[in-house]
Design a protein around this ligand. Structure first.
Ligand code: NAD
Length: 480
């Protein structure tokens, strides 16, 4: 009998100053496939000193990069777009392996990543300032945009391919140099994306990748050469990052967690409403910051929607996202699975009726996977703590309102404002995911900052405005 040796566990390197470097950290953690429990790689929690060296590399690259014409700065992005298209299948597979979502979901998030690269190729126009002749006699004024310097992006586990690209293409196209710290739970996607970035002709030090956790983040927040912080993750960490960046005089855009509502009106097209709400609540195993997690039914919709959504949720095929036909994958970790299950239990204890219970999901050949099946809770008391707790799992709560005003008042009472209750509104849309040329507009406890990610907001965030006021000597005045 032959035994097959287990493949060596990859030690994920950092990418600093145009080269791959193995971290000398003493602290490493496993990257685990959430569908199988298999260890895919080992990721370093890089030390403060390593992160500081990375920042210095980005700072050293900045003066030459910021003076590189915008037209030249976007050429590597055109190459990146091409490489991402060519390697989309490999990248999607890596996302599914480390995050658990289905291959179709992984491909969809990569499409969004690529759109951001495409939009950032318009920087020579998007970065333009404005001017006015004769602001006073013989005096003109011009506003120009300049890059801010070294910028850092800190990203979450749920979109390993898309979210770093809400920032990277705009930051560098505007002339900044970047340090990216992806989630330590899903470092392999950016490891691969940086292999592609390394082939684009970007000068050394313009993009850098550092793996780590809190210590790495704190170094980015405290280092004087980092001028701007882009963050996406949970609300408590977003608040922490916003405060600490502010204390250190850095600009920050921090996108936090969410609790998203959808209102189902009695005259809705119930077939379509069920389909899109089911996709929204259970797609990516409910681990989308725009996932609907509370459906507020109005009037007659209570019964029709309740029956239809329960049937639709029960029909979803749960399993390993790599398998054909699977519609929903696992949640990210065992801890996440336990947390989601205990929140379902809390809802039930508070009086909710569990119409569909995903707690006992055991799937063939996937005993070690972090599976929770779709769950529908009905009649959650409106004052339940759960109505405003981000579950981040495949759980949809149903709440009933007598009329639209009551439903709207319920939405407005939420502390969050990611989708439907404030910044991103979907009308007959399950996931109001914005396109790259629009901002990603969370409000309230879902966002701390002024400029959002993507599009024109990204250009505002990654540039300083400078005005030049110019007096014309009388003899030269207005020869053109
Ligand atoms: P998280 O807050 O745990 O981690 C996000 C990042 O912060 C990671 O890179 C992590 O290493 C770092 N981090 C974690 N703890 C830290 C600490 N104590 N100090 C400094 N840095 C720390 O979030 P997550 O679990 O990876 O992602 C899920 C969350 O992200 C959900 O709340 C979801 O709603 C939110 N999210 C929001 C948006 C949005 O656009 N608003 C988009 C995607 C995800």
């Amino acid at each position: 009998m032959t035994t097959t040796a287990a493949p060596p566990i990859t030690r994920v390197p950092n990418y600093v100053n145009g080269e791959w470097r193995e971290s000398n950290s003493a602290d490493w953690q496993d990257v685990v496939n959430p569908a199988t429990g298999e260890v895919l790689a080992s990721v370093p929690l890089s030390s403060g000193a390593e992160v500081a060296q990375t920042i210095e590399a980005a700072a050293a690259a900045f003066p030459a990069w910021r003076r590189t014409p915008p037209e030249d700065r976007i050429q590597p992005l055109f190459k990146l777009k091409q490489l991402l298209e060519e390697h989309l299948a490999e990248l999607a597979r890596i996302i599914t392996l480390e995050n658990g979502k289905t291959l179709a979901e992984s491909k969809a998030e990569l499409r969004r990543a690529i759109e951001n690269v495409e939009v950032a190729c318009g920087i020579p126009m998007m970065m333009q300032g404005y001017n006015l002749e004769d602001v006073a006699r013989g005096i003109d004024e011009t506003m120009i945009r300049q890059p801010v310097g070294v910028v850092a992006a800190i990203t979450p586990f749920n979109f390993p391919g898309m979210i770093p690209f809400w920032f990277l293409p705009y930051a560098i196209a505007c002339g900044n140099t970047l340090v990216l710290k992806p989630s330590e739970r899903v470092p392999l996607t950016m490891r691969y994306a940086f292999e592609l970035l390394a082939q684009t002709g970007l000068p050394k030090g313009v993009v850098n990748l550092v793996n780590g956790g809190k210590q790495a983040v704190d170094t980015l927040l405290d280092h004087p050469k980092v001028r701007a912080i882009s963050f996406v993750g949970s609300t408590p960490i977003a608040k922490y990052i916003y405060a600490r960046a502010g204390e250190n005089g850095k600009r920050a855009q921090c996108q936090g967690g969410a609790k998203n509502h959808v209102i189902v009106l009695p005259d809705a097209d119930m077939k379509m409403a069920t389909q899109i709400i089911s996709d929204s609540a259970f797609g990516c195993a409910g681990q989308r910051c725009l996932a609907v997690s509370v459906a507020v039914t109005v009037g007659e919709a209570q019964k029709t929607f309740r029956d239809a959504i329960t049937e639709s949720a029960a029909s979803l095929r749960v399993g390993n996202g790599l398998d054909e036909g699977v519609q929903m994958g696992p949640v990210i970790t065992q801890q996440s699975k336990s947390r989601v299950k205990s929140l379902i239990e809390r809802g039930a204890n508070e009086g909710a009726k569990v119409l569909l219970d995903g707690r006992s999901a055991t799937l063939r050949n996937s005993e070690k996977g972090n599976f929770v099946s779709p769950t529908v809770l009905d009649a959650l008391p409106p004052n339940s703590e759960l109505t405003d707790t981000e579950i981040f799992g495949p759980v949809l709560s149903l709440v009933h309102a007598r009329d639209l005003d009551e439903a709207l008042a319920f939405l407005e009472s939420s502390a969050y404002g990611n989708q439907a209750s404030a910044g991103n509104i979907g009308i007959n849309i399950g996931v109001a995911a914005p396109m790259a040329y629009f901002p990603f507009s969370g409000w309230k406890d879902s966002f701390f900052g002024v400029q959002h990610a993507q599009g024109r907001d990204a250009v505002e965030f990654y540039t300083e405005k400078k005005v030049v006021v110019e007096r014309w000597a009388a003899e030269h005045s207005r020869k053109f």
